[in-house]
Design a protein around this ligand. Sequence first.
Ligand code: SAH
Ligand code: SF4
Ligand code: F3S
Length: 444
Amino acid sequence: MPRLFLQTYGCQMNEHDSLKIASLMRSEGYELTEDPSQADCIILHTCSIRKKPEHKVYSFLGRLKHLKQKRPDLVIGIGGCVAQQEGKRLLERASHLDFVFGTHQIHRVPELVRRSRDKRERFCEVGFAADPPSLHLCPGPAPHQVKAYLTIMQGCDNFCAYCIVPYVRGRERSRPPEEILREARDLARKGVREVTLLGQNVNSYGRGLSGYPTFPQLLEMLHDVEGIWRIRFTTSHPKDLSVELVETMARLPKVCEHLHLPVQSGSTAVLERMRRGYTREEYLERVRLLRRFIPQISLSTDIIVGFPGEEEDDFLQTLSLLEEVQYDGIYSFKFSPRPGTAAARITDTVAEEVKAERLARVQDLQGSITEAILKRSEGAVEEVLVEGPSPKGKGQVTGRTRTNRIVHFPGDPELLKGRLVHVRIVRGLKNSLLGQCVEEGAGM
Ligand code: SAH
Ligand code: SF4
Ligand code: F3S
C-alpha cells in the first residue's frame, strides 16, 4: 500500500480540509504514515496568516530535499494558503517540489498526485472556482470519534486590513443547508455527539442567498438532528453578532455556552484602522447582550499587538478590555505584515521589541485572569462530554464542560468515552480543571 505523509499548519478550517485530503487519498489506496522517510507521497498543507507559520513551511520543505535526492520517485506537493499566495514561485524556489495546489483544488488532490507520479510533470493549480467542489466534501469521522467539525461556509469578504484570508481563501461561499444537515445526520449515526460548525465568519452564513436560512435558522435546523447533543461554531465576527443569534443560542439547549469572539484590539482608533467595523463600546455592548441572555457563557478571543500606529495608550485599552470582559482564554499574536494586505502598506510600524513586550504583558494578564476564572469554578457541578483517556495518567478521563473548559477526573475511558456525565469541580489549575464524577448521565 502506498503511504502518504500529510503535514498540516494553521486554523481548524485547514485541519478539517486536511481530513478531506486524507479521506480522498485513502479511497485512492493510500495509508497515512507519521514518518516522512517512509512516505511515497508528501503533502504540506500550509498557512500564511503570519510570517512565522509561513517560515515553518519553508524550513520543513528544505529538509525534504535529501529525501527526494535519495528517492526521486517520491511525490511532494504543497497546498493551502501559502500555496495559494505564492503559486508557481514555490516551484522556482524548491526544485524538489513537484506540484502546488490552491485552496479551491483540494478535491483534485488524488488526480494531481497521479499526474505528478505518472507523467513526472511539475505544475501549479491555484485557480479559484465560483462554487468550489471542495466545499461539498465530507471527510467522515474516524471510528469512535466523539467530536467533529462540519464546514458550513468558506472564504471571507471582510478584508480586515491585516488579514490574508480573503486573498487566499477567496470570496465567502455558504454550503447548502440540506447538505449540512445530511452530513450532521451521518456524523450522528456514526457516533459523533458534538459538532463544531466551521467558517471564517459563520454569522454571515446564507447572506444574500435566496432559499438559504440565516445562521440562527440553520442552528434551529441542526438542533433537530437526533444523536447530536452539543453544537458549537467558530468564528463569529462581532459586527455580525445579531440579537436573533444571541436569543437563539440562549433558547436552544444543544448550543453550548461558549463563544469565540475575536476582538483584536481594545482601542477604537486601532479597530478603525484594522477595518473591523465596530468600536470598543459596540463590542462591549455585544458582550453585555450575551451575558444578559446567557449568564454562564464563557468567552474567548484573538488579540493582535503592535498593529501599525498602536501607541502605548491604545495598548492599555486592550489590557483594560481583557479585565472588563474576563475571557476564559485568548490567542494573542504580534502583528505580522502580509503581502498585498492594506496594513502591509502602512509604514508607521511598531518596533519588534515593543511588540514582544506587549505580547508578554497581554499574556501575563490573561494568564492570571484565566487562573482566577478556573479557581472560581471550584465546587460547581458541570456537564462534561467525555472524550477519552486523560494525559494526566491512568484511570483518568478527560472531557469538556459546555463552557469549553477542559476537565480531568477519575474514570474508566472504555466505559465513559462519548458519554455525558456530571462532574464536581474540585480544583482549578492554570489551564484546566480537576473534578470528581457525581452522576453518570445517559445523554439526551
Ligand atoms: N476569521 C477569524 C480568524 C482569522 S485568522 C476572524 O475573523 O477572527 C485568526 C487570527 O489570526 C485573527 O483573529 C487574528 O487575531 C490573527 N491574525 C490574522 N492576521 C494577522 C496578522 N497579519 N498578524 C498577526 N495576527 C494576525
Ligand atoms: Fe481575516 Fe477579518 Fe475575514 Fe477574519 S473576518 S478571516 S480576520 S478578513
Ligand atoms: Fe492560515 Fe489559511 Fe487558516 S492563512 S489561519 S490556514 S485560512
